[in-house]
Design a protein around this ligand. Structure first.
Ligand code: AMP
Length: 426
């Protein structure tokens, strides 16, 4: 199957060919003809499946050519990173058309975005909160929108955008085409879909809540305090050149990034407290292999489009099992394979159980290798925290320099699996 046999015009086919795509991915095979036919679509697809081209290409084809100044297609995404990436894709796939795409999101000043909207566009990509602010100020109107896309709808609900989505919906014309993408299906997603979509075609490329088979998923049992040392060992001995690491907190992301640096591993942290510029720079450094490790919080990493990411590490497990599916969806992207490695401390065993139950498949725990524990003392961000006041008081920690080899996993025979529905792993 080729892109042209799906009914796409030559200028669109030329743009994807130039990007090096030789054939459509499964989601594209299913979504492109459906969207072209004008149907509403509910698609279960993670980032990495090629879903963006799945809706952007037929959208470009349907909009045909530049017309007026008010957007005729609206794409809502949960995060600024995803918004920027979707807009970049639309610009790229539409390079041989005269259609204009604009993107607006929070976290940067409104003024330039208002000016961009005044200039007009055909496709508007936006995060819900900023879009509402701009619409309320009269910077744009939504009454010409013919195509409405909710990308990563499950994320949007998790992030509390339901009210903004409902408000935005009331500003759209009643007659329009609606597309909704979600990596997971919860009751809330089904509910939203039933309100938003009319007689939708359901497309599932990966069954919901199942992770891509191509991702090799493993785990290590390791005490919390040893995780950073084991991780440094895995990166250094495995000669990993690009690894995305998830932590639960922003402070944890900063701290781990600093700790890895001390092990000689080039690293950056990316999270909501960083400026947009710093986040973009970190992502670019990561894509260009100038840094080895990108340490991210869940929210910051949503929708990151990094080609063929070989390694994803769950440094701390998510307490919502669906987040695991999202995280590991960052690896083994269109056509390549990847590894997802979870570092599981004893207090996280319950989370792991919930994850394997959701996946319905076993995640083997590998024997923990011998690794070295080096104590570099507190990191700069620890010190900043302590200077800012530590409610428990207690003696200041002293920077220490010692080095001792350790047996990971406290010497226990750690090669047991985390089995779905299995007994307590201890
Ligand atoms: P997405 O799931 O939309 O975030 O896309 C994931 C990645 O796959 C992006 O880097 C796309 O550039 C790439 N991609 C999309 N469609 C294809 C295709 N047909 N062949 C190869 N790569 C693709």
């Amino acid at each position: 199957m080729s892109f042209s046999s799906l009914g796409l015009r030559p200028e669109l086919v030329a743009a994807v060919t130039e990007k090096g795509y030789t054939e459509p991915t499964p989601i594209q095979l299913a979504a492109i003809p459906a969207v072209l036919s004008g149907r509403d679509v509910l698609a279960g697809a993670q980032t990495g499946t090629g879903k963006t081209a799945g809706f952007v290409l037929p959208m470009l084809q349907k909009l045909v050519a530049r017309e007026g100044r008010t957007p005729r297609a609206l794409i809502l995404t949960p995060t600024r990173e995803l918004a920027a990436q979707v807009a970049e894709s639309a610009q790229h796939y539409g390079k041989n058309t005269d259609l204009r795409t604009q993107v607006v999101f929070g976290g940067i000043s409104e003024r330039p975005q208002i000016d961009k909207l005044r200039n007009g566009c055909d496709i508007l990509v936006a995060t819900p909160g900023r879009l509402m602010d701009l619409v309320e100020q009269g910077a744009t109107r939504l009454d010409a929108v013919q195509m409405f896309v909710l990308d990563e709808a499950d994320r949007m609900l998790d992030m509390g955008f339901i009210h903004a989505i409902k408000r935005i919906r009331t500003l759209l014309p009643k007659q329009r085409q609606n597309l909704m993408f979600s990596a997971t299906y919860s009751e809330d997603i089904r509910d939203l879909a039933s309100k938003l979509l009319t007689n939708p075609l359901s497309i599932d490329v990966a069954p919901p809540n199942k992770t891509a088979d191509k991702v090799e998923q493993t785990a290590y049992r390791v005490p919390k305090d040893h995780k950073r040392h084991l991780l440094a060992h895995l990166i250094n001995t495995g000669n990993w050149h690009q690894v995305l690491i998830f932590t639960r907190t922003k402070h944890g992301a900063n701290r781990l990034s600093e700790q890895l640096e001390r092990y000689g591993i080039r690293s950056s942290a990316i999270h909501g407290n960083k400026s947009q510029a710093a986040r973009v720079r970190a992502l670019e450094d990561f894509k260009a292999n100038r840094i080895v490790a990108l340490v991210a919080t869940e929210v910051a990493a949503r929708g990151l489009d990094i080609k063929e990411l070989p390694f994803v590490v769950n440094y701390e497990l998510p307490n919502v099992p669906e987040d695991y599916v999202h995280r590991i969806g960052r690896t083994a992207r269109a056509g390549s394979t990847g590894q997802a490695i979870s570092l599981v401390s004893p207090d996280e065993t319950t989370y792991m159980r919930d994850i394997v139950r959701l996946l319905g498949k076993d995640i083997p725990a590998l024997p923990t290798p011998e690794f070295e524990i080096r104590d570099f003392g507190p990191t700069p961000s620890d010190e900043r925290r302590e200077a800012a006041g530590n409610s428990w008081g207690g003696p200041q920690r002293q920077a220490q320099q010692r080095s001792a080899p350790a047996r990971g996993g406290q010497g226990r025979p750690a090669a047991r699996s985390f089995k779905p529905g299995g007994a307590r792993g201890r």
